[in-house]
Design a protein around this ligand. Structure first.
Ligand code: V47
Length: 413
């Protein structure tokens, strides 16, 4: 917001991309052929009428014949209709208790073999040090995921949650993906439901969005054939939502997938959301190829990143938030993404390994001042949230102390 309390440019609380506004942008006549223009105007009409976009609409939005700028303007108008001018962030840290993993996903640079010198496993003391550091730095959230260690039992994974929850009860634990939960099922022979109930009792707060990759078997079988399949991924999230545990969802793009795999992926998420309403945020994740088996591929460009954000905002009409994960996008692209459909930039983050092992050149942490400044520079108003999207009010005398305010409602939908 500007000093007057108003955004430095008009915030569109309705859809504006009619013939007139396309003409105003000068793009309709200049760059779109007739078929693409008709197709896009039909999509605009649907969005304006709050009608659901179809699979074919999604494919069209990826068609380079429809310029990114107009897709972005449409996505931005939906984003502003839902969230006004605010952009969310949190103060968080990552904890990857082990990188040793039985799986060998082709896109992963983080994993290690059991006997590889790179492999590590954290003990109770190491976990405590990380909890203490998170507490001292005012974190409201720990994002906990790791490998499936050949030798560590369910009790070790559960123990991380119960220890952190007992020692640092104010920190929300967003932990374990369906890949781990599927592994716990194998280890304990218990149902997904019983495992999630047990983890919640231990202190689990919500599930992160990882492990989704691309659901379509044409791609998934080539990337991570043995890992939890789409069915398991959805079973875990559906069960979590039925138990009142919220979760996020992701999509790993920019490798061997095509547009139809991405749209298929989003529509599967949209469909579960219709059923349960339990997803909070969708996070498109750009593939980083360094140190992976797919290192011959190029990292997706910023234009691909931004189109994915915009398409996701338009297709996922029932998922409240779209996150521009700055660690993965880079700071500048994440800033731009706040005008391409995203309303959240993730958090200050510390100890991120998955992307940095795969060649991310972003910093490993941002200060609170910097993240607020990055959001403000885009003309958006920074709001600190907790994991479940309640406003956080910091004590001005001691930033480690906070109170949780109201649930952050959508402006409209
Ligand atoms: O599932 C792994 C991806 C995910 C690479 O819930 C890679 O708020 C790119 O899920 N290049 C884990 N991507 C990260 C994740 C996440 C991140 C931020 C916020 C949230 C949330 C969730 O990272 C994995 C996989 O899809 N990944 N390796 C790589 N080389």
């Amino acid at each position: 917001m500007g000093p007057s309390g108003r955004a430095p440019w008009p915030v569109s609380h309705g859809i504006l991309l009619t013939e007139k506004s396309l003409a105003r942008m000068g793009l309709a006549e200049m760059t779109m052929n007739i078929t693409a223009k008709d197709r896009f105007q039909e999509i605009c009409r649907k969005v304006e009428a709050r009608q659901r976009l179809s699979f074919d609409d999604g494919i069209a939005l990826y068609d380079p014949a429809i310029p990114l700028q107009v897709v972005a303007e449409l996505a931005n108008s939906v984003r502003e209709r839902m969230h006004g001018n605010v952009a969310y962030y949190n103060i968080n840290t990552h904890l990857n208790p082990t990188n040793v993993c039985i799986y060998r996903c082709r896109f992963c640079a983080f994993r290690s073999d059991l006997r590889d010198p790179k492999g590590y496993v954290m003990d109770e003391r190491a976990v405590r040090v990380r909890g203490q550091e998170a507490f001292e730095n005012g974190c409201t959230e720990m994002h906990i995921v790791g490998g499936l260690h050949h030798k560590m039992g369910y009790d070790w994974y559960r123990g991380i949650i119960s220890q952190l929850h007992a020692e640092f009860p104010s920190i929300h634990l967003k932990a374990w993906t369906p890949v781990e939960v599927g592994w716990f099922e194998h280890l304990t022979k218990k149902s997904v439901r019983d495992i999630l109930i047990d983890l919640r009792e231990a202190g689990l707060g919500s599930l992160p969005g990882g492990g989704a990759e691309i659901f379509h078997s044409e791609v998934r079988d080539q990337l991570c054939e043995h890992k939890a399949n789409a069915h398991k991924w959805f079973e875990v999230h559906r069960t979590a939502h039925q138990l009142g545990i919220r979760s996020n969802c992701t999509m790993l793009y920019g490798h061997i997938e095509e547009a139809h795999h991405r749209i298929d992926h989003m529509l599967r998420l949209r469909s579960l959301q219709d059923e349960t309403g339990g997803f909070q945020t969708f996070i498109p994740l750009a593939f980083h190829p360094d140190n992976t088996e797919l290192s011959d591929l190029k990292k997706p460009s910023a234009l691909v990143d931004l189109r994915n954000i915009a398409v996701a905002r338009l297709m996922l009409d029932n998922i409240p938030h779209i996150k521009a994960y700055w660690i993965m996008l880079g700071i500048e692209t994440a800033q731009v993404a706040l005008h391409y459909g995203a309303d959240d930039i993730d958090g200050t983050v510390r100890h991120e390994l998955i992307y940095h092992d795969a060649g991310a050149t972003t910093p490993e942490i941002l200060s609170v001042e910097r993240i607020r400044e990055l959001i403000s520079e885009t003309g958006r108003e920074p709001i600190e949230r907790d994991t479940l999207y309640h406003q956080i009010h910091r004590d001005p005398e001691d930033f480690r102390k906070w109170t949780t305010g109201k649930a952050l409602e959508l402006v409209g939908n």
